[in-house]
Design a protein. Structure first.
Length: 202
């Protein structure tokens, strides 16, 4: 009997929210790097702690998922021109060269998760900004709970780069015990899918 992948609860966006409209053009790798470099320069001048998250972070871990902006978590507001506000904290902006940026400054119950992601971020090849670790990204993706977030979790679990004990601890600490149990089920499914693909010769 085929195994059923657990689905994360879907978070519905409000089309009347100040987060709309979102950028529609997809960024190239070079644009992502350029945007990250520009934000890194601003953060350095402000001595601000920041980390790359979202689709750009996924890109740095080898995902081929496209993104239309560069998501940056920050502990403080940076001196950037404010665009639309983000419902969970922060705002959208555009770099001098025109790269769309979402500067995420969480002001809700997940603030500590994002600060943890900033404090533990790591250097990645070619990326001018430190990048959130896979374990924190998975927790963030479980919070966001959209289809693309589920796909990102599947990708990260398939890379073999995730420290499962650490990920489960982070998910449990910031999302709760039931989310930690859900993470265990996601890992089981990812392992089953890898074994299935091996048997199929993929």
């Amino acid at each position: 009997m085929p195994i059923r992948r657990p689905r994360l609860p879907t978070r519905r966006s409000d089309p009347n929210s100040s987060e709309f409209p979102e950028p529609s053009r997809l960024l190239s790798t070079e644009e992502i790097i350029r945007g990250a470099r520009e934000v890194a320069a601003v953060a350095a001048k402000s001595k601000a702690r920041v980390a790359l998250i979202g689709g750009a972070a996924m890109h740095s871990y080898g995902s081929d998922r496209n993104t239309s902006d560069v998501d940056v978590a920050s502990a403080v507001e940076l001196p950037l021109k404010r665009g639309r506000s983000l419902s969970f904290g922060g705002f959208s902006t555009t770099t001098v060269s025109g790269v769309p940026i979402d500067l995420v400054i969480r002001d809700d119950k997940y603030e500590r998760l994002y600060l943890d992601a900033i404090d533990t971020a790591v250097k990645r090849p070619r990326m001018p900004l430190p990048v959130a670790r896979p374990e924190e990204i998975i927790a963030m993706k479980m919070v966001a709970a959209r289809e693309k977030d589920q796909n990102d979790i599947d990708f990260l679990l398939g890379t073999g780069a995730v420290d499962h004990d650490r990920a489960r601890r982070i998910v449990g600490e910031y999302l709760g015990v039931y989310a930690a149990d859900e993470y265990d089920r996601l890992v089981e499914v990812a392992e089953w899918l890898r074994e299935r693909d091996k048997r199929r010769g993929r």
